[in-house]
Design a binder for this molecule. Structure first.
Ligand code: HEC
Length: 114
């Protein structure tokens, strides 16, 4: 019979290597390229910009400050089609044009650090 200790060691090694293998975050330029491709900057800017019809990512962060599960909240918002109000009109809020987990995680992280 395999000793319990052996099973535990194998499992923890597996878990540890999974964590180490988790893909690293993209650079700022790569993140912006994904967002440009997805038309995010059509409505949003990085910092405050009165010419845009949507809050800047900096304002978005200020709005959610102190709330729990911001990463989850943003991830859901950028991966599903939702509705947003632009100039008093309801429009589709399209998700990112990528299914790549590292790209999505990097975009969310980028938004959260503006
Ligand atoms: C048609 C204009 C438009 C486009 C394009 C757009 N957004 Fe938005 N977005 C908005 C508006 C308006 C809001 C604020 C109102 C709301 O939350 O519905 C918003 C809100 C958000 C929020 C905040 C949600 C929250 O939890 O408070 C995030 C994050 C976000 N957008 C990310 C993105 C990303 C990433 C893209 C590109 C894939 C994108 N948006 C494209 C208009 C847009």
């Amino acid at each position: 019979m395999v000793p319990l200790r052996q099973i535990f060691l194998t499992l923890s090694t597996l878990l540890f290597s999974q964590i180490c293998l988790a893909s690293p975050l993209l650079t700022d330029d790569q993140v912006k390229a994904v967002m440009r491709k997805s038309n995010c900057f059509k409505c949003h800017s990085e910092l405050e910009n009165k010419a845009k019809d949507a809050p800047s990512f900096q304002e978005i962060n200020a709005d959610v400050k102190g709330r729990p599960n911001i990463e989850q909240r943003f991830t859901r918002r950028v991966t599903t089609r939702t509705k947003a109000e632009v100039k008093n009109k309801e429009v589709d809020h399209e998700p990112l044009k990528t299914k790549d987990e590292a790209e999505i995680r990097s975009v969310v992280h980028w938004i959260m650090t503006r």
